[in-house]
Design a protein around this ligand. Structure first.
Ligand code: ZN
Ligand code: ZN
Length: 375
C-alpha cells in the first residue's frame, strides 16, 4: 500500500514538474537594449480579479513575461466581504512568488473613477494605501511623489461607440506632466485613436492584458498569439531600467500578430529577427533562386512589395512565418545579367505599424551572382 502511495506521489510530482514550463515570447534584443516582455495591468482577488496573486505570477512566468505589475483597483473591491482590504497585500504576496522565478514584479494600483477622468494605472509606487484620496488629482499627485509612471487605461471603455475622447481632465493631468503613457491595447482591443494621441503628444505606448480571470480562461487556445505584450527596450533586465525605458518612451506593443511602435524600434526589431539562411545566391540566365529567410521572432511578418528593382522580380506578397524558414522566389528579369550585384528589395511590413495608418518600410538585402545565358 505504501509503495503504491509513493508511486502515486512520484507520478503526481512528475506531472507538476512537466506542467511548470515556460513558453518563451521570442522577440530579439535590439542593439544596445534587451527586449523585455511586460504586462503593466493585472488584477487579483484583492480587487475585482478572480485569482490569487501567486497564480497571476506563475501564469506570467509560464507565458514568457519578464515583468508584471499588480494593479488592483483602489476604489472597487467587490470581494471586500471575503478578503480583508489591504491595498499593498496583493503585491507583497505576488513579489514573494515572483522572486524564485526571477520574474520582475512591480507594485502598482489602478485609481478608479467614473468617466471622465476614468481609470489610471500608477506603477513603481512605494505604498498603494497612501493613494487613498477623495480627489483623483490628489491620488495622482501622491503617486507622482513616489516616482510613479502613470498611464490612462482603456480610454475607449464606456464611451459612445467605443470611441475614445480626450477630456479636459486628461488635458489637465497631461499639462501637469503627470501623464506618461496611454493604453493603446487593452485585452484584445487595439485603439487607433489612442495610438495617434501617443504620437501627437509624445506619450509612451503601453499594451496590457488587464487580466481579471486566469488568462487561459479568457484567451483559450490562441493564448500565445493573443495576450498583449508591452515590449520594453531596456538597458538591462531590472525594475529600475524598465522604469527608465518607459519614461524615455522606449516601448512597442504586441497584440494579435501585430507590433505597434516607432520606426526607431520596429526597424531593428525586424532586422534582428531575420536571417538569410543561404546567402550564396546564384541565378543563371533568366532563371530563379529560392532565398531561405529565417524569422526568429514570434510575429509572422506580412510583407507587401513597395517598389521594384531593375534586376529581378519577387512576389508582391510574402509571409515570413514566425519561428520558421520561409522561401522567397527571386527571378532574373533578363538573361544578360552578369556578376555579383547587391539588391535592396523594398517592402512594407504590413503588421509592423508605425502609426494607425502607416506600416514599416524595410529593405531585404541580398547579394546575387548572375551568370548570363551561354551563346
Ligand atoms: Zn480599468
Ligand atoms: Zn483594470
Amino acid at each position: 500500500m505504501a509503495v503504491i502511495g509513493l508511486l502515486l506521489v512520484a507520478a503526481t510530482s512528475l506531472v507538476i514538474a512537466q506542467t511548470r514550463a515556460r513558453t518563451e515570447l521570442t522577440f530579439p534584443d535590439l542593439p544596445g537594449y534587451v527586449t523585455l516582455k511586460c504586462d503593466f495591468h493585472a488584477h487579483t482577488v484583492f480587487s475585482d480579479g478572480n485569482v490569487w496573486p501567486t497564480v497571476r505570477i506563475e501564469e506570467a512566468w509560464r507565458q514568457g513575461f519578464d515583468a508584471i505589475a499588480i494593479t488592483d483597483h483602489l476604489e472597487y473591491l467587490p470581494h471586500g466581504k471575503d478578503i480583508l482590504t489591504n491595498y499593498n497585500r496583493s503585491y507583497e504576496i505576488a513579489r514573494a512568488a515572483a522572486e524564485p522565478l526571477d520574474l520582475i514584479c512591480i507594485r502598482g494600483a489602478e485609481i478608479t473613477r467614473g468617466e471622465p477622468p476614468g481609470h489610471w494605472n500608477v506603477i513603481f509606487i512605494e505604498d498603494a494605501a497612501s493613494l487613498e484620496a477623495t480627489n483623483y488629482l490628489d491620488a495622482l499627485k501622491a503617486a507622482i511623489d513616489q516616482g510613479a509612471f502613470i498611464f490612462w487605461n482603456h480610454p475607449g471603455w464606456k464611451q459612445a461607440e467605443g470611441k475614445s475622447v480626450w477630456y479636459a481632465e486628461q488635458e489637465a493631468v497631461w499639462q501637469k506632466g503627470w501623464l506618461h503613457g496611454l493604453e493603446i491595447v487593452n485585452g484584445l482591443d487595439y485603439d487607433p485613436i489612442v495610438h495617434q494621441w501617443c504620437l501627437d503628444r509624445g506619450l509612451t505606448l503601453v499594451g496590457n492584458s488587464d487580466a481579471h480571470n486566469p488568462v487561459g480562461l479568457d484567451y483559450g487556445e490562441l493564448l500565445s498569439n493573443r495576450r498583449p505584450v508591452t515590449l520594453v527596450f531596456a538597458t538591462q533586465r531590472t525594475k529600475e531600467a524598465i522604469r527608465e525605458a518607459l519614461l524615455a518612451r522606449r516601448t512597442a506593443v504586441y497584440c494579435t500578430n501585430a507590433v505597434f511602435g516607432s520606426e526607431t524600434f520596429l526597424k531593428p526589431l525586424f532586422e534582428q529577427s531575420i536571417e538569410i539562411v543561404n546567402p550564396d545566391l546564384r541565378i543563371k540566365a533568366k532563371g530563379h533562386v529560392l532565398v531561405q529567410i529565417r524569422n526568429r521572432s514570434l510575429v509572422s511578418y506580412e510583407l507587401a512589395a513597395a517598389g521594384k528593382v531593375p534586376e529581378v522580380t519577387v512576389p508582391d506578397r510574402v509571409r515570413l512565418h514566425a519561428g520558421k524558414v520561409s522561401l522567397l522566389d527571386v527571378q532574373a528579369k533578363s538573361d544578360k545579367l552578369s556578376g555579383e550585384k547587391a539588391l535592396a528589395l523594398p517592402f512594407r511590413v504590413k503588421n509592423l505599424k508605425t502609426s494607425p495608418k502607416e506600416s514599416l518600410k524595410v529593405e531585404l538585402n541580398l547579394t546575387v551572382t548572375f551568370k548570363p545565358a551561354e551563346d
